[in-house]
Design a protein around this ligand. Sequence first.
Ligand code: SAM
Length: 245
Amino acid sequence: MPTEQSSLARAPWHVTVLTIFPEMFPGPLGASLVGTALAGGLWRLSAVNIREFGLGRHRQVDDTPAGGGAGMVMRPDVLGTAIDHADATTPGLKRIFLSPRGAPLTQAKVKELAQGPGVMLLAGRFEGVDQRLIDARQLEEISIGDYVLSGGEIAAMVLIDACVRLLPGVLGADASLEEESFESGLLEYPQYTKPREWEGRRVPDILVSGDHQKVATWRRAEAERLTAERRPDLLRTAKPPNRDP
Ligand code: SAM
């Protein structure tokens, strides 16, 4: 639930998704923490059906690619009208096109977006979107990974989920966010819970020693070891350890 302070401090984070499948929303975003936050008014969601701005009796939103080739391309005139309508309804949102050609989505980008007023997300379909629309409406292109999805809706959900969990009041303990993967530029250390021994495997003794400094040192070393093994590229920009208790 929102604290009095957080609800006074800012309007709910707003997401407008432009899609030809508005019925896909909120979908999984209606469940668990993110869904509770939506129901509690910590963020707002508008799913706009691009077909409402489509042409003719069939509400056409796409056409054949200039220069030939397979598939269809989403028309700039239809999308331009849809974006302008969304802009007028909820001004000031960051305009993003989910695209495999975009900059990779990172935790740093997620944090930046979560700190703003919200996002307008264009979910592409078919072969993609006319380049003139991307240029004219200054859409920032963001990719969720080096693979091709059939549409941008699931990519939009990934971005929304990652942002919403950072909004004030959505997660209980803010401290748990600080130690997560990518926060210090490293992957997270291994986690353990009870029982102390399971199928012959013990929780590392240091974690039950009660010595907080030793626990912190062990966690940092494990985070560095895992990052070196799995994502050595991250080590170049990792933050130095926090020496505070
Ligand atoms: N022809 C495009 C290409 O080769 O880059 C792929 C188009 S894809 C079938 C249809 C839509 O899915 C894209 O316009 C985009 O909105 C979305 N999409 C696919 N993969 C994505 C990814 N990795 N990240 C973000 N959005 C993606």
